[in-house]
Design a protein around this ligand. Sequence first.
Ligand SMILES: [Zn+2]
Length: 61
Amino acid sequence: MATRPTGRGQETVEIPPERCPNGHEIGPGKVIVGYGPNPDGFRARSWLCRGCGALTWDQPD
Ligand SMILES: [Zn+2]
Protein backbone atom coordinates (compact mmCIF):
# COMPACT_ATOMS: atom_id res chain seq x y z
CA MET A 1 0.00 0.00 0.00
CA ALA A 2 1.42 3.35 -1.00
CA THR A 3 1.59 6.28 1.34
CA ARG A 4 1.79 10.01 0.84
CA PRO A 5 2.03 13.07 3.08
CA THR A 6 -1.40 14.44 4.02
CA GLY A 7 -0.51 17.08 6.58
CA ARG A 8 -1.33 14.65 9.36
CA GLY A 9 1.67 12.45 8.83
CA GLN A 10 1.86 9.47 6.57
CA GLU A 11 -1.56 8.16 5.78
CA THR A 12 -2.33 5.04 3.85
CA VAL A 13 -4.10 5.79 0.63
CA GLU A 14 -5.14 3.62 -2.23
CA ILE A 15 -3.33 4.44 -5.44
CA PRO A 16 -4.39 2.02 -8.14
CA PRO A 17 -2.25 1.50 -11.20
CA GLU A 18 -3.31 3.42 -14.29
CA ARG A 19 -2.94 0.56 -16.71
CA CYS A 20 -2.69 -3.21 -16.62
CA PRO A 21 0.49 -4.90 -17.86
CA ASN A 22 -1.13 -5.22 -21.27
CA GLY A 23 -1.97 -1.53 -21.54
CA HIS A 24 -5.68 -1.57 -20.75
CA GLU A 25 -6.92 1.45 -18.88
CA ILE A 26 -7.77 0.70 -15.25
CA GLY A 27 -10.75 2.51 -13.81
CA PRO A 28 -14.20 2.06 -12.31
CA GLY A 29 -15.93 -0.95 -13.83
CA LYS A 30 -12.80 -1.97 -15.68
CA VAL A 31 -11.09 -3.93 -12.94
CA ILE A 32 -12.06 -6.26 -10.13
CA VAL A 33 -10.33 -5.14 -6.94
CA GLY A 34 -9.26 -7.89 -4.60
CA TYR A 35 -7.26 -8.33 -1.44
CA GLY A 36 -5.42 -11.39 -0.28
CA PRO A 37 -2.14 -13.29 -0.29
CA ASN A 38 -0.01 -12.41 -3.29
CA PRO A 39 2.28 -14.93 -5.00
CA ASP A 40 4.95 -14.18 -2.40
CA GLY A 41 2.59 -14.92 0.47
CA PHE A 42 2.01 -11.34 1.61
CA ARG A 43 -1.43 -9.81 1.86
CA ALA A 44 -1.86 -7.07 -0.70
CA ARG A 45 -4.46 -5.43 -2.86
CA SER A 46 -4.84 -6.67 -6.39
CA TRP A 47 -6.47 -5.44 -9.54
CA LEU A 48 -7.85 -7.94 -12.03
CA CYS A 49 -8.18 -6.45 -15.50
CA ARG A 50 -11.60 -7.23 -16.97
CA GLY A 51 -10.22 -6.70 -20.44
CA CYS A 52 -7.55 -9.37 -20.43
CA GLY A 53 -7.58 -10.97 -16.99
CA ALA A 54 -4.10 -9.70 -16.05
CA LEU A 55 -3.59 -9.47 -12.30
CA THR A 56 -1.68 -6.47 -10.90
CA TRP A 57 -0.48 -6.54 -7.28
CA ASP A 58 0.02 -3.60 -4.96
CA GLN A 59 2.96 -3.55 -2.58
CA PRO A 60 2.27 -5.65 0.53
CA ASP A 61 1.08 -3.77 3.64
ZN1 LIG B 1 -5.73 -5.76 -19.44
